[in-house]
Design a protein around this ligand. Structure first.
Ligand code: MFK
Length: 567
């Protein structure tokens, strides 16, 4: 009889995830945990069921730009699939954004919401992208919208569970002059007679152009004065809200030039736009647009990290299930020591990334409810870019390894596996590249007391570790922290500090995650039954066994310059 390999199967994505469940049990009060667990279980079932089917349908029918109607009129329609629109409805009804703003569980609301996002994202065809921007826009309007009734109404729509009223928001920052160096933004805003502004310019990457509103940056100029009249630099930019369409559905002074042809995220419409007098509402007063939109960026960067760990988790779920079905050399892959070692390395990466990311979620929840301490606020600012940049790179490694765990099948399109890698590759690019975020980490550390807050948070966790199984690991973390502090205190040229920024950010990520893993393992040993405690211990010990602070020394940076000049 012919042989056919069994495909991997997904079970309930909440029940099958010991890392998520154990972490939630530790950080949430029992009544909150017990209150939200049934909803998470239900969503975990949908993620392996109807949501997954919708995501696959949306991927089969990517969006299409229709520039003209049959009679030659410019219409710039973006046609999306029924499945893509259903994913929007599900997102509203499941409260993927709303949960964070209902604040039913106070400061725990953000953790609850991020757990829901984590379950939704890998079965959403990246509908999580519009939701990230929607959440970031909601938080920005909550902070800066004041008592403007229109902005209040927009906020309500971004945070509702009523699918008929739900709006999503885009975030248009990138222009042809660059996505990282936003201060070069050339779009201008002119005050109209009715108090609104009119925007003129070009936006080069606008994800989710089917959203109803978008936040964007522009320079306010007087009257008909040219671009030269605009104040220069990031502080000269102002933040605006654009409502894309009028009541008839027609775009308001916006031309869709084309949809981007991307490596991944193919169900997501990403467009190049020309703004020709687009009406816009100023948000939070004139000027300092970069500082104002940073509120949004810090939310979307956390989404990025949650989606990175969710992709790692999905890759591991598929590879681990397959390892029980696939027989090679007379045994299932799950019985081959080197395969087990490879999967364990993936699980370790995922578990460290998970701890770091959801810890940042906890901090954000406390900040949003006004109960964060000064130390927590400093850590939130520092660890948001750290978590984003580190988990994005981990997720690329882990999803790539997962494809290899399937052999040739991992390279074949209709297994759906290559999409997981393609969709993960974007995570280190959008919302700030690894290098831009590494420099943002230095920006955050420039604030007084930030490094001290980091050191105190790590040391407190190490001091609480008493179990003999964790002691060697705790010593490695203490040594890594000293290396971090020595690097921060060392005299060096700005160029040398910049050159080491990425490796320094990695050191912060690995060391902080190590402290969190140890804290979790110590708790698990005390409270949880086996095999949970053994699993948490193994993750902590393996994580701490790696080089925790691989900081590039100034001499190495000089060698780098030599290498690149000759390349
Ligand atoms: C699945 C998840 C999905 C997510 C999907 C999203 C899809 C959307 C795709 C995109 O839109 S990708 C484009 C995203 N773009 C970026 O992430 C921009 C990357 N570049 C940076 O982050 C640069 O560092 C930055 C633009 C911020 C540099 O701008 P400036 O003006 O040269 O920086 P400057 O002068 O240092 O900072 C200006 C102010 O902002 C300062 O405050 P003050 O005015 O009070 O001095 C900074 O402290 C503040 N600031 C900058 N970054 C901040 C911040 N504040 C808080 N948090 C931050 N991260």
């Amino acid at each position: 009889m012919d042989f056919f390999q069994d495909p991997p199967r997904l079970g309930n994505q909440y029940d099958d995830d010991p890392v998520l469940r154990s972490w939630l049990r530790r950080v949430l009060p029992a009544d909150v945990h017990d209150g939200i667990a049934p909803g998470l279980r239900e969503l975990g079932g949908r993620a392996a069921g109807d949501l997954l089917a919708l995501a696959e349908a949306a991927e089969r029918e990517p969006p299409r730009h229709v520039p003209f109607d049959a009679w030659g009129r410019r219409v710039d329609r973006i046609d999306t699939s029924e499945a893509w629109r259903a994913l929007d409805r599900v997102a509203a009804e499941e409260g993927i954004v709303a949960t964070a703003y209902e604040r039913t569980h106070g400061a725990h609301a953000r953790v609850h919401q991020l757990a829901r996002l984590y379950l939704y994202h890998p079965s959403s065809a990246i509908y999580s992208c519009p939701l990230a921007m929607t959440d970031g826009a909601a938080r920005t309007l909550e902070r800066l919208g004041g008592d403007d009734p229109y902005l209040r109404e927009v906020f309500d729509r971004l945070t509702t569970r009523d699918a008929a009223r739900f709006w999503t928001s885009g975030q248009w920052m990138t222009e042809r002059s660059g996505g990282s160096d936003v201060s070069g933004t050339r779009t201008v805003a002119r005050l109209r007679g009715d108090g609104a502004y009119a925007l003129t310019g070009a936006k080069w990457f606008t994800s989710a152009t089917t959203s109803q509103v978008a936040l964007t940056l522009a320079r306010i100029v007087d009257g008909e004065g040219g671009d030269d009249a605009a104040p220069t630099g990031g502080a000269g930019l102002s933040l605006f809200l654009v409502q894309l369409r009028d009541a008839s559905g027609a775009l308001r002074g916006i031309r869709v030039d084309r949809l981007k042809d991307k490596l991944g995220t193919r169900a997501l419409p990403t467009a190049e736009l020309t703004l020709c007098g687009t009406p816009a509402r100023l948000v939070g007063g004139a000027g300092h647009g970069v500082r104002k939109i940073a509120t949004l960026l810090n939310v979307t960067r956390l989404y990025n990290a949650v989606c990175a760990v969710a992709n790692m988790r999905r890759a591991i779920a598929l590879a681990a299930d397959y390892a029980t079905r696939r027989v090679a050399f007379g045994r299932p892959l799950a019985a081959l020591p080197l395969h087990v070692e490879t999967l364990a390395a993936m699980v370790t990466e995922f578990t460290g990334g998970f701890q770091l990311t959801f810890h940042v979620g906890e901090l954000l929840g406390r900040e949003e409810c006004g109960v964060a301490s000064t130390e927590e606020l400093l850590l939130l600012r520092l660890l948001t870019p750290v978590a984003k940049l580190y988990t994005a790179k981990q997720a690329i490694t882990v999803t790539s390894e997962a494809l290899e765990a399937f052999g040739g099948a991992g390279y074949i399109e209709d297994t759906g596996l290559p999409r997981l890698l393609r969709d993960t590759q974007v995570l280190s690019i959008w919302e700030g590249t690894t290098n831009v975020l590494s420099l943002d980490v230095l920006r955050a550390l420039a604030a007084p007391d930030t490094l001290a807050a980091f050191g105190a948070a790590v040391r407190r966790r190490l001091d609480a570790v008493s179990d003999a199984r964790l002691r060697t690991a705790a010593s490695s973390v203490a040594a890594a922290l000293l290396r971090i502090e020595a690097h921060a205190a060392a005299e060096m040229e700005a160029a040398e500090r910049d050159a080491a920024a990425r490796s320094f950010a990695y050191a912060l990520a690995r060391t902080y995650a190590a402290a969190l893993l140890l804290e979790h393992a110590a708790w698990s040993i005390r409270v949880e039954a086996e095999p949970a405690a053994a699993r948490a211990t193994a993750a902590a010990v393996r994580w701490c066994g790696q080089e925790l602070a691989p900081i590039v020394a100034p001499e190495a940076a000089r060698l780098a310059a030599t290498l690149v000049r000759g390349a």
